[in-house]
Design a protein around this ligand. Structure first.
Ligand SMILES: *[C@@H]1O[C@H](CO)[C@@H](O)[C@H](O)[C@H]1NC(C)=O
Ligand SMILES: *[C@@H]1O[C@H](CO)[C@@H](O)[C@H](O)[C@H]1NC(C)=O
Ligand SMILES: *[C@@H]1O[C@H](CO)[C@@H](O)[C@H](O)[C@H]1NC(C)=O
Ligand SMILES: *[C@@H]1O[C@H](CO)[C@@H](O)[C@H](O)[C@H]1NC(C)=O
Ligand SMILES: [Ca+2]
Length: 277
């Protein structure tokens, strides 16, 4: 029956023309979902299925399949990266996943950082992170990733150990064919061109109503960030966030994107180019 179900899901995926659509329940080897381990890092993620093989370690989540990084007897600052396949959608979609942090009560065994890499761009800065505390429950995160079509993107899961004992885990990555429930999506952002010394203003249009728990900022791939200067309503379904990059110099040129944190996840726009003449 399980084999037959798998057969059907393969047929469905083939019919959709995408064998690697980004979903992974980690019940099959992660490489069959097109996921890959980082090579230029310190550790690998381990794939575990405690529904097939229960663990005696009380910190290991029971009865489920997941990827984890064991931070016990690791130095602080050791990194493990896990990459999704290259994803390409031209309609609104929400990516959800679950994470788990375990260790001594209140402990923080490490950081989980999420990066969104557009085309073959550098990783840039994380769009979302957590360091726990160790709660030993699964928590869901929404990634409201804008439509980058015709560009592709990859989601990168990075665990960084803190030197404390414990583990970080992720599971159930699902690409949903609709917008996120609690995290807003950005419309496509445009590049900005100014003379050196001038202020460059980026406009980020958000699909959704303003909520007080939203935190918006502009993130440069080179590390420069700008807080939101103002919002203006577009209509009752959309608003625009405005960001000033002041006193621009040639070094500020490059790619910028809009980020919004909700209490459930993060919205990430495409990159817009800042050109300094
Ligand atoms: C984590 O690593 C420690 C030390 O190597 C080991 O004793 C423990 O069993 C590991 N836990 C899991 C769940 O692999
Ligand atoms: C949307 O994507 C599909 C494949 O995923 C492609 O065939 C189609 O041309 C795209 N549509 C637009 C309007 O770009
Ligand atoms: C983690 O996220 C918080 C809250 O958004 C942010 O203040 C902090 O700089 C981030 N840390 C890293 C290492 O990205
Ligand atoms: C921008 O330049 C003006 C005038 O040179 C200066 O007063 C101001 O402090 C600068 N602002 C920043 C954020 O560097
Ligand atoms: Ca690795």
């Amino acid at each position: 029956m399980i084999e037959f179900g798998h057969f059907i899901s393969v047929i469905v995926k083939l019919a959709r023309g995408a064998a690697n659509d980004g979903d992974c329940d980690f019940e099959k080897p992660f490489s069959s979902c097109g996921y890959t381990q980082g090579r230029d890092d310190d550790l690998d993620w381990e794939q575990i299925d405690t529904s097939e093989k229960p663990s005696l370690d009380p910190w290991v989540p029971p009865g489920t399949a997941f990827m984890m990084v064991n931070s016990t007897s690791r130095f602080a600052g050791q990194k493990a990266l896990l990459f999704t396949p290259q994803l390409k959608e031209n309609d609104t979609h929400c990516v959800i996943f679950q994470y788990y942090v375990a260790g001594r009560e209140g402990g923080r065994p490490g950081h989980l950082n999420i990066y969104i890499k557009e085309n073959n761009s550098p990783m840039g800065l994380p769009v979302w992170n957590t360091s726990g505390p160790a709660g030993r429950s699964w928590n869901q995160v929404e990634l409201a990733i804008s439509t980058y079509w015709p560009n592709f993107y990859q989601i990168v899961f990075e665990a960084v150990t803190s030197g404390q004992r414990g583990l970080l885990a992720i599971k159930d990555v699902v690409l949903q064919g609709h917008q996120c429930m609690n995290t807003p999506h950005f419309l496509h952002i445009k590049g900005v061109e100014v003379n050196a010394g001038q202020t460059a203003t980026f406009h980020c249009t958000v699909n959704g109503e303003w909520r007080d728990n939203f935190n918006l900022w502009l993130q440069g791939i080179g590390g420069r960030e700008a807080p939101m200067k103002a919002t203006k309503p577009w209509n009752n379904q959309r608003f625009i966030g405005m960001f000033d990059v002041v006193n621009t110099t040639k070094q500020d040129s490059g790619r910028y994107r809009c980020i919004v944190h909700s209490n459930r996840g993060v919205g990430v726009s495409n990159y817009g180019e800042l050109t300094i003449k």
